[in-house]
Design a protein around this ligand. Sequence first.
Ligand code: SAM
Length: 419
Amino acid sequence: MKYSKVRSLLGIEPGKKDDLRLAAFTHYLQNYHTPAGEFFREAAGQYVRQRSAELKLGYVPALESLLPDRWDVAFPPNVNPDFTFIDLFAGIGGFRVALQNLNGKCVFTSEWNKYAKQTYEVNFGEVPFGDITTIDETQIPGHDILTAGFPCQPFSLAGVSKKNSLGREHGFLDQTQGTLFFDVARIIKEKRPKAFLLENVKNLVSHDRHKTFPIILQTLRELDYHVHYRVLDGRHYVPQHRERIVIVGFDNQLFDGKADFRFPALPPVSSCLADILDDDETFTRNFTLSDELWRYLRDYAEKHRLKGNGFGLAAPGCITRTLSARYHKDGSEILIPQHGANPRRLTPRECARLQGYPDDFRIVVSNTQAYRQFGNSVVVPLMQAVGEEILRTLGIRENRPYLPEVASGPVVGQAELLL
Ligand SMILES: C[S@@+](CC[C@H](N)C(=O)[O-])C[C@H]1O[C@@H](n2cnc3c(N)ncnc32)[C@H](O)[C@@H]1O
């Protein structure tokens, strides 16, 4: 049976409520033939029984009869994978596209936003589990690589002082309690992946007056991982200036503290905005700013000229500013000039390309949600390049001589015209 048939038979509709059983069912379909499948089998069976009753099917299909023999989704699971991974704070699966491209198999996903879940399911045929803070780490299958783009929050001292008052020693892990990084750390502690790949905004380093980042590093080291980190710019792969901190770690217990890892040598900046623009003008005109919004942006830019705030008119031969999750509001960070009309925003598909998503990635949500999703996402080919180096360290990819690093010079042809 095709996945789409199973989907319509059981009326799979992600995001209606945080349905653990639905997530378990789709995870089971993806993993039934591996040890990971056992983690989901029981809840998957419960889901089938529950849906059969709700839909008044008059019978309960056997779980085995629902296993898809064809994955008619854009990014089906790899059949003979070289490694396994999990996708935490999965968003729309930027890490998943990257690591599936490297012949990896995802065995667990968590994302709580209902629209992101919809995008995820339609592209991968899997519904993510919801709130990671409620998921018991022992219920997550073992995996080689853990990926996460966790939201960053200041570490409150509340938990620590309580422990102190009880006269107990506390480690760095304790200091992260109540934050989403803590959930990443407790899963690493329990499952001990061979490696992890974490991504965050560049400002993580200075977050909360430089208090957050050292605690993150110390926590990961306390868990006995060898940690590497670097700020990398997506512009080496896509026509967008997007600097992110990438943190990679390897289990010291496995590598005896000698994991030989280097961040990828980044290729020269070669693509420009024109490469990703849609050429169907009758369609793109729909994204033209209204007179009112365009006037507002110009007035705002005029008022804040001295502070350097304003909007970015992106020239087609150049790269853009960073796409943010708030792009849906006014599109001010990346505007495309048009002849004889106000500038326009990028279309959601152009945003997908700006993050390195292939065109077969399906967009099924409203424009507002799609802008949020791509603005929150990772630059897929950059994560793939880092993933490839992780695989070399793990001995899953052959080693090759490292190419010399390309110096991070000025952005080629960057044109951000601040009016
Ligand atoms: C920066 S985005 C990650 C984007 C992702 N790497 C991608 O490629 O699309 C962080 C995601 O974490 C999700 N999130 C935040 N808190 C969560 C929680 N408690 N449980 C599960 N997901 C959560 C958000 O909904 C958001 O989609």
